[in-house]
Design a protein around this ligand. Sequence first.
Ligand code: G16
Length: 538
Amino acid sequence: MLTEKLINLYDTTIIVKHTVYISTMDFTRLAALFHAYPMPIGYIPKYGTSGFRDHAKLLDAVVIRASAMMVLRSKEIKNHCGIMVTASHNPENDNGLKLIDYTGDMINEEFEHYATQLASCQSFEYVQSTLNNIISERNIDVGKYTGYILIGQDTRASGDHLITLCKKTILAMGGKYISLGQVTTPELHYSVASSNFNMKSVYKKLPYINNLMYAFRKLYHSNSYYEINVDCANGVGALRMFELAQHLYTYNIKVNLYNTNNGKLNDLCGADYVEKTLDFPANMHNVHENAICCSLDGDADRIVFFSKNRNKFTLLNGDKIACLIIKYLYNPFDNIESETSMCVVHTPYANGAFTTYIKDMFPSVHIQCAETGVKYLHRTAKQYDIGVYFESNGHGSVHFSQQALQNKAISTISNLLSQYTGDALGDLLFVLVALQQTSFLEWMYMYQDYPCKQVKLYGDKSLFATTDFGRKLLQPEGLQDKLEKVIANYSHSNCFVRPSGTEDLLRLYVECKNVNHVEMLLTDTVTVLSSYTQIEVK
Ligand code: G16
């Protein structure tokens, strides 16, 4: 209690009045936090597909270690960094951390490694020596710069407690926090990047929604009446969608919002549910034929579109969004510079019909596969002037090189399409811009997906390791050969299994040209897998 009071007192003093400079790192206050919130026995967290993620009750110690590391990163780079408390598409009881570097991108691989190292330390002495190693390895003058962290959270009930731990740790490390409250993940990425640009006075950035609307105003010229139906997954995206809907109303676009925190987060709704089940989210079964509908995920960094066509659910997933964007950018792109390179980056989950369509329609666009996780796609996309990257699950954006940004139109577009990570709201607005050129029905029928299915398998995922972007199994030994024999029985088929980096399960993807083969291959694959570990299919 006394400690709590002292920390609170220290909080206000440090934030409002002083900047505390220390020349060496004093870990005494961190030690108190470390001992008050021990790592659960036997729990070894790992920085995964999208940061740390698990049941919220397991995460106290992880938050303390990761927050301490982020203060050091901010001190090193003398710029703001960010911490987002979210478990995005996961169930309500989970939570997690997405760690944002000063550029607005997710932290780089070196810091991912430090994060995992810190999370696996059993004693405080070990944590202390790991932090000291980071300081000396990177030559960080811890007394020179305070270390500022922008912090945000989604709407999960467990978020408040984890955010409190973040704040206490940041202060214990001699840093300061700037709390943004409930924000979407892409908004926090944007805020970190723009706060650093502002500090350098390069140019003044607008607040998140204003920035999106500024770009939209320049790109959207239609007077037609539109109605769009947005499933907010009962998540933090709803808060921003209310704002956005008011703006769009002035453009003759009526936005109907569903699942706006009147139900359980991600439960029977949200981008992940819609994409995996190929079904309407809760409260949206009665949408009109060919109505434009979309679903956000829990932290609004993903979006998928859907509709009712011939009375059937029809999905327009990340692959389809990428196609619409490429179609919009392809021609102006030809006019920029002949040597400007354009690429589309996808994951193994991309449908075969998608890559065939890109090859046929846009022959000069490079096609690259990347491992699941938007950070991997983002890194690959950065190697090109125009890097369109989308996961089938709707997570993606377009990255533009400095050279491409010299073009005025591209520069405006870059304000809509996040330059840091996927952004459901920016992507939604850009889809509206692109639909000025391509009708919704044309987009829906651009190509037909080959029959496919993705299922969750509950089993011991620690037995599994993959290579080739997650398309082939390295472990358990011999299993890949057996799977390939099964797959060979079905012509033109694609099938892989990989451990999820965000949930305690395996994901199995099956795609066949013949619709009847999908269930058969799925069953055969599960039979083979079951001889290695007990499997439950969901
Ligand atoms: C996260 C990542 C995505 C990834 C998804 C599933 O999404 O940010 O890039 O596709 O997890 O990953 P996995 O198959 O490894 O569980 P989100 O929206 O939860 O942040």
